[in-house]
Design a protein around this ligand. Structure first.
Ligand code: SF4
Length: 281
């Protein structure tokens, strides 16, 4: 017998997670910024990192948005196959949660209703919604707020198998280099390798919201994450692009099987205000 879950629980979860994500930078990122502030060699970079930490601590204490760009809301729902959603339309519930959280959290309205006509929706809706079906009778809700200073610097390439791992490395490092100061470094680099055109992009988004303390379980991918982080931090871009050794806090990679003729790779850049929250229902 499937477990019944009212869509209102999802609306409420989205609204709460959206506010929490905007007010409270994750401990993983905040700790990494504190450590970076100690390790940065550039005095200006150390000063910037200390200011970022102070800003994020203040946002948590005062319960205000950590950054003026409260972002486009990305919602991942992993729905157990033994869940029966009742009480209304799921999509409408998610968008209502975004609107409610944006209003109660005093979040800046950052969404236009049409990409060409560009009129602000005035309520931050709709969300970008990704749905997966998983085993079990629970629902996992993840809400990420994606500022576009960093989102705009993300890229995707359909490399060939001949480009190989060296081609992947070149593309990732070049993407961070081209982003420069505009992605608000130190950044979190989410990389999706494999799948199809659209799956690579989605994998990179999942990678960028993975806790930065969590390395990939596969030793070769973990080694690639570490190698890329070192290489990116040798670029010298530094905090806010003013020079230094802390250009990125982490490189998170996700992989998926792909076609014999292709090697898709996507890089989603998360700024130092990489905001996301999740919960189980
Ligand atoms: S890129 Fe991130 S830190 Fe920079 S303005 Fe946008 S949301 Fe804020």
């Amino acid at each position: 017998m499937p477990r019944q879950l009212h869509v209102d629980a999802i609306r409420q979860a989205v609204a709460e997670l959206l506010v929490e994500a905007n007010y409270c930078i994750g401990d993983d990122v905040l700790d990494a910024l504190r450590q970076a502030a100690e390790e940065e060699q550039s005095p200006l970079g150390r000063d910037i990192l200390a200011q970022l930490v102070a800003n994020y601590e203040l946002a948590r204490q005062e319960r205000v948005p950590a950054c003026q760009d409260t972002g486009l809301t990305i919602v991942f729902l992993a729905i157990g196959q033994d869940v029966h959603l009742v009480g209304g339309d799921l999509r409408q519930a998610v968008d209502a949660g975004v609107r409610e959280g944006s209003k109660t959290g005093f979040l800046r309205n950052s969404v236009v209703g049409d990409p060409l006509l560009r009129r602000n929706t005035g309520d931050n809706g709709p969300a970008v919604l990704h749905i997966d079906i998983i085993p079990g009778d629970r629902v996992h809700v993840t809400v990420a707020c994606k500022g576009f200073g960093s989102e705009n610097k993300s890229r995707l390439a359909m490399l060939t198998p001949a480009d190989g791992i060296e081609g992947v490395k070149r593309f990732v490092v070049e993407t961070v280099e081209r982003a420069g100061a505009q992605a608000c470094p130190p950044v979190i680099v989410g990389v999706g390798i494999g799948g199809s055109f659209e799956l690579a992009a989605r994998l990179s988004k999942q990678a960028v919201i993975r806790p930065i303390t969590q390395r990939h379980p596969r030793p070769d991918i973990r080694a690639l994450e570490e190698e890329l982080l070192e290489e990116i931090n040798r670029l010298g871009i530094g905090p806010q692009g003013l020079g230094g050794i802390k250009t990125a806090l982490a490189v998170n990679i996700e992989v998926y099987p792909t076609h014999i003729a292709g090697l898709p790779v996507a890089v989603n850049i998360g700024c130092h205000s990489n905001r996301h929250r999740d919960m189980w229902l």
